[in-house]
Design a protein around this ligand. Structure first.
Ligand code: AGP
Length: 616
C-alpha cells in the first residue's frame, strides 16, 4: 500500500504535500517524492529512497514553488526501493507527472507496446506506464484535455489504482482517478486536496468526496471539483462522507510514539463501542441488516481475515461457537482465495474483519464468498472503506485512526465487535436469554477498567523485556482462547522487534517445539485462572525442566505461577474466561514494544511492513 496526495489552490502546494505524506507514511515508507508546477510553467520535483523526513530535508534546498502539486510515499511492489523507482513518475516530455497507489496488472504488455512506439522508461515500476499512456492520449485522441487523456489511459489498464496527475500544459488542474484503491477529495476556499485516506485531510474539511470505482475527478484551483464516470459523464452527486474525528486524533498528542498512544487508547475505544449497545432485545446491532428469522436460520459462519484481524477471527469463532452454538470456519484470506473447495450452505454468514477495510486478500475472499451466495458482514475501523462499501452490513469499531503499523486498539475493539455479533446470533437462535446477554454485556463493560489496571503495570513488561535481550527466538504458549492470545503476542513481537517468535497451543508444545528449548530460551506462557490453568502449569514446568526462561501472564495472586517464572505479567481477575484475551493481550503489546525499543527500532514503522496490504 502507498500514500498519495494532491493539491491545487491559492496556497503554496509543498507544505500540504509534505504534511500529507507524513500523515500517510504509515501506508508505506521505503521512498517518497513530490512534484510541483512552477510559475515558470514547468514541473519541478524531488524524489528519493527513504522516509518522508529525508524528502522534506531535500525539499528545503530544492525550494519547490507553485500552487499545484502531487506527492507519494511508497511501499514497493514492482521495483526495489530506490530514487528512480520512487514516485512521481513523468512521461517522456517531463510535462506530465503521476503518483499511483495500486498495481497495474497488465503493465508488462503496456510497457512493451509503449517502448515499441518510442517511449523511454526510467524506472522498473508498473506505475510509470500510466505517465506514458497519458502522454499518448494527450497527444492523440484527448487533444490536450487532461481529464480525457487520463480517462483514455486508465481504460487501457487492468488492476487497481488511486491516481493523481499533474500536467504543465493544464496549469492549476490536478486530475484524479480511482479503481479499488481509495481516494478522497476535500474542496475548500483554499483549494482542493486529494489523498489516499482522510488521515491526510484532518483539519482541512469535515466532509470529503469519496471517489467510487471507475470514477475520475478534476480538481480546480478555485476549490471546485467535478467528478466523472469512466465514460466521461458528469456525476451529479458524488459519494461524500463525514470525517468523524479531528486532526489531533492522528497526532502523537504527547506520546513517544503512536504505538504507545494507541495501546493507551484501548479503554476509551472499547467504552465508545459499548455505549448504548444493550437494548431490551439483546445487543443493538442494526448494522447487521438481518432479521431475527434470517439470523436464526444461519447454520454456518465463515470468518475471513489476515494477520492480527485473523486472530480476531479465531476469537470470533470461540465467541460464536460457545454463545450461539453455530459452527464457525476461520480462514486466512490468502488461503481461502486459492482453495479448490469452499463449503458453504444456503445459510452461511460471511464475516470479514479488517481494520483498514482495504486489505486485498480479505476483499477478494469476501467477493468469492458473496459469489457463493453468502451475506457479508464487515467489522472495520475505517469509514467508507472498500470493505464497508462492498458488504451487506458493516460495524465500525470507531477506534479512531490507527497509525502505528502494528495493530493494537483495533485488535481489542474488533474483538468487542465480534462479541456483539455472537451475542446477537445467540439471542436470535434462542441459545442465550436476555438476562444472560445482559450479564455478558456488563462483563464487557468491566473490560476497559481491567485494561486500565494492566496499563498501570507496564513496568512489569519493561522488566520482562530483558529476558529477550540475547534471544534469537521465542515461544508463546496458551490454551483455548489464549492460544490465540499467544499467536497475537508472537506476531506483535515479530513485527516490531524482528525477533523470531512462534505461538503454539501449550498442550501441543511437547509434540515437537519442546526440542527448541535450552537454558535461557524465552517462553511466554499465558496462564490465567481458567479451566485449563493446571494443565498449562504443567506445560510451564516442562519448559523449566529444560532450562527455559518463562514469562507468565497470570491472574493476580496466583501463587502457583510466581515461583515458576522469571517474570510475571499480572492481570486482574476477568469475569469470564472468554474475555481474558481482551485484557491479557495488552501486556503482550507493551512487552513487544519494550523489546523493540530495547533493540533501537521504530515501533510505528517497522521494516518491510505497511499498514494495510492492498496487493495480493
Ligand atoms: C497487525 O499488527 C499487522 N500490521 C497486520 O497483520 C494486519 O493485521 C493485517 O495486515 C490485516 O490488516 P487489516 O486488519 O487492515 O485487514
Amino acid at each position: 500500500m502507498c500514500g498519495i496526495v494532491g493539491y491545487t489552490g491559492k496556497l503554496q502546494a509543498q507544505p500540504f504535500l509534505l504534511q500529507g505524506l507524513a500523515a500517510l507514511e504509515y501506508r508505506g515508507y521505503d521512498s517518497a517524492g513530490i512534484e510541483v508546477l512552477s510559475p515558470d510553467g514547468s514541473l519541478h520535483g524531488v524524489k528519493c529512497q527513504g522516509r518522508v523526513a529525508t524528502l522534506t530535508q531535500r525539499c528545503q534546498t530544492a525550494n519547490l514553488v507553485g500552487t499545484s502539486g502531487i506527492a507519494h510515499t511508497r511501499w514497493a511492489t514492482h521495483g526495489a526501493p530506490s530514487d528512480r523507482n520512487a514516485h512521481p513518475h513523468v512521461d517522456c516530455s517531463g510535462r506530465i507527472a503521476i503518483v499511483h497507489n495500486g498495481i497495474i496488472e497488465n503493465f508488462r504488455e503496456l510497457r512493451a507496446q509503449l517502448i515499441a512506439s518510442g517511449h523511454e522508461f526510467k524506472s522498473e515500476t508498473d506505475s510509470e506506464v500510466i505517465a506514458h499512456l497519458i502522454e499518448d492520449s494527450w497527444n492523440g485522441p484527448a487533444k490536450g484535455d487532461l481529464l480525457e487523456a487520463v480517462r483514455i489511459a486508465v481504460s487501457r489498464c487492468e488492476g487497481s489504482w488511486a491516481l493523481a496527475v499533474l500536467c504543465a500544459d493544464a496549469p492549476g488542474q490536478v486530475v484524479c482517478a480511482r479503481r479499488r484503491s481509495p481516494l478522497v477529495i476535500a474542496t475548500t476556499p483554499d483549494g482542493c486536496y486529494a489523498a489516499s485516506d482522510i488521515t491526510a485531510l484532518a483539519g482541512k474539511a469535515k466532509s470529503v468526496i469519496q471517489l467510487d470505482d471507475g470514477q475520475l475527478a478534476v480538481l480546480n484551483p478555485q476549490g471546485t471539483c467535478s467528478v466523472f464516470d469512466e465514460d466521461g459523464n458528469l456525476v451529479a452527486e458524488p459519494t461524500t462522507m463525514t470525517i468523524d474525528w479531528d486532526a489531533s486524533a492522528a497526532t502523537l498528542g504527547g506520546y513517544p510514539d503512536f504505538m504507545a498512544k494507541e495501546i493507551a487508547e484501548q479503554p476509551e475505544a472499547i467504552r465508545r463501542l459499548l455505549k448504548d449497545r444493550l437494548g431490551k432485545h439483546g445487543i443493538e446491532l442494526d448494522e447487521l441488516t438481518m432479521t431475527d428469522e434470517e439470523l436464526a436460520s444461519i447454520d454456518k459462519v465463515y470468518v475471513v481475515a489476515c494477520g492480527t484481524s485473523y486472530h480476531v477471527g479465531l476469537i470470533t469463532r470461540d465467541f460464536i461457537e460457545n454463545w450461539a452454538k453455530v459452527p464457525v470456519v476461520v480462514e486466512q484470506a490468502s488461503e481461502l482465495n486459492y482453495k479448490q473447495s469452499v463449503l458453504v450452505t444456503d445459510h452461511t454468514l460471511c464475516v470479514i474483519i479488517t481494520q483498514s477495510g482495504e486489505t486485498a486478500d480479505t476483499l477478494t475472499a469476501a467477493r468469492r464468498l458473496r459469489g457463493l451466495g453468502c451475506k457479508v458482514f464487515a467489522i472495520t475501523n475505517v469509514l467508507g472503506s472498500t470493505a464497508a462499501r462492498e458488504s451487506d452490513g458493516t460495524l465500525y469499531i470507531k477506534a479512531g485512526p490507527e497509525v502505528c503499523v502494528c495493530s493494537t486498539k483495533a485488535y481489542t475493539a474488533q474483538m468487542v465487535g465480534a462479541a456483539f455479533l455472537a451475542l446477537r446470533l445467540a439471542l436470535a437462535k434462542g441459545k442465550m436469554t436476555q438476562a444472560e446477554i445482559e450479564k455478558k454485556y456488563h462483563q464487557l463493560e468491566e473490560v476497559p477498567g481491567l485494561i486500565e489496571k494492566v496499563l498501570g503495570r507496564s513496568w512489569q513488561d519493561k522488566e520482562a523485556s530483558r529476558v529477550f535481550r540475547r534471544a534469537h527466538s521465542s515461544l508463546f504458549l496458551g490454551r483455548g482462547v489464549n492460544s490465540t492470545t499467544a499467536a497475537e503476542g508472537a506476531l506483535k513481537l515479530k513485527e516490531i522487534s524482528y525477533l523470531h517468535a512462534e505461538a503454539y497451543a501449550a498442550g501441543e508444545m511437547k509434540h515437537g517445539p519442546i526440542a527448541l528449548l535450552e537454558p535461557g530460551f524465552p517462553v511466554v506462557a499465558i496462564v490465567p485462572q481458567d479451566h485449563v490453568h493446571d494443565k498449562t502449569i504443567s506445560n510451564i514446568q516442562e519448559c523449566i525442566a529444560r532450562g527455559a526462561t518463562v514469562v507468565g501472564v497470570a491472574t493476580d495472586g496466583d501463587e502457583d505461577v510466581a515461583p515458576l517464572c522469571s517474570n510475571v505479567l499480572w492481570i486482574p481477575p476477568v469475569p469470564d474466561e472468554f474475555l481474558v484475551p481482551l485484557v491479557a493481550v495488552v501486556h503482550l503489546q507493551m512487552l513487544a514494544r519494550y523489546v523493540a525499543l530495547d533493540r533501537g527500532y521504530d515501533v510505528d514503522k517497522p521494516r518491510n511492513l505497511a499498514k494495510s496490504v492492498t496487493v495480493e
